[in-house]
Ligand binder design. Sequence first.
Ligand code: EPU
Length: 336
Amino acid sequence: MIRASAELTNTFALKSIAPYAADLTTLDEARQAIRYAREQGLTLRTLGEGSNVVLLPQVKGLVCRVLNTGVTVIGMDEQYVSIEVGAGKNWHELVSQTLAERWYGLENLALIPGSVGAAPVQNIGAYGVELEEFLESVTVIRADGSVQVLPTSACALGYRDSMFKRHFVATAEPLIIFSVRLRLYRQPRVNLSYTELEKMLVAQSRHSQPTPQEVAKAVIALRQSKLPDPAQFANAGSFFKNPVIDGSVAQRLQRLGVEPYPFQGHFKASAARLIDLSGWKDVRHGALGCWPQQPLVLVNYGGGTAQDLLSFAQQIQRSVQEKFQLELELEPSVVS
Ligand code: EPU
């Protein structure tokens, strides 16, 4: 089960090697991996599809990938269906499968790269919806091999944040996300709160309310028009978070042409706009560049290293800091 010296897959196409790696399909295999790491004194970490990480050339310890992909119905009533999904399931495959089953809610999250197990780590979100809305619980395996079902309230989800993300940064203690429980609607209920999505659907639709399938189609079209396909242009989606700011900073930025928008009692500034106004929109340094249609996405055009990427990102951060006195925070996790 344990392999020595494994190359790690990641959508940034960064060369990265771990001394040990393991694929885990069952709870038992996960427990064995935890035991092995403890006995050998290795750090254990899990990676999904590597779509939201910057992997350094040498990653320490035992790197595990959870491969269980089952989708099981746990409960159902008139309004809701609860499903348990293996952490290894591809996120977009799940979105397509739920729509085919007529279970609704995930359509705005169509085409987000990555695995189901990684979804709560980032509290993935797009086009007015965050995972949080549909997450019931996360089943994890702890360092002592015990299985725990964490309700959403225990996951401390925030904007692209969770206790998992903080745990992985702060401690070497193993924590394996094994499956995720979601509660979806059984009746169509579409979310068109994202203006651009609503505009696109109103322009297309002949009837007043679009179907969830139409929403998914529109989201896919929007993403494809703006975001580079990682299979063609290596990237990890948004590289920075949109800064959350208070009213006085929002006013200051408004005067500089940024147009912040309300967010949970505060304001958010579009990082894409800040980067764009700082002159980085079409910039390319060697293998690294900003994606012209969405400069918040950094692209490795071929052969770039983690160091190249982080130093390119740092230059962007410095420009934005100088021009707007704002700090851009990295969205992906840096793994060493
Ligand atoms: N913009 C510019 N210049 C550009 C392109 C965009 O100024 O060249 C500005 C525009 O003002 C535009 C704004 O950026 O209105 C917003 O662009 P977009 O709709 O792509 O949203 P975003 O805030 O940049 C966030 C998420 C995305 C998610 C979209 C849609 C973060 C960090 N990113 O991007 O998530 O898909 O909203 O909901 O919150 C990801 O996390 O990897 C990701 C792609």
